[in-house]
Unconditional design. Sequence first.
Length: 95
Amino acid sequence: MVTYKIKKSELNIVKKAIREFVSDIQKKEPGTYFYGAYQKKDKVSFVHIMCFKNKKSEIKHANSLYCKKFVSILYHNCSKKPQFFNLNLVKSSHR
């Protein structure tokens, strides 16, 4: 999971980058079981939640050109840099 806050003036740029990034993940990452990008009510705070098949899939994701492109756009437009959290699943309704 990652959380970050962007500059309000850059909202459209970041949302476009998110949409392109998640589309690339859907097309190119069978090892990514889930990737969701959520926008909070304040409109400038975001949460991304992802689930990878294994560590190899996570590394492939992190090293992809489209991930690097997204990161370069994102970091340039953040007012609060991304914070990463590792979560351990306790229970899921996913089948």
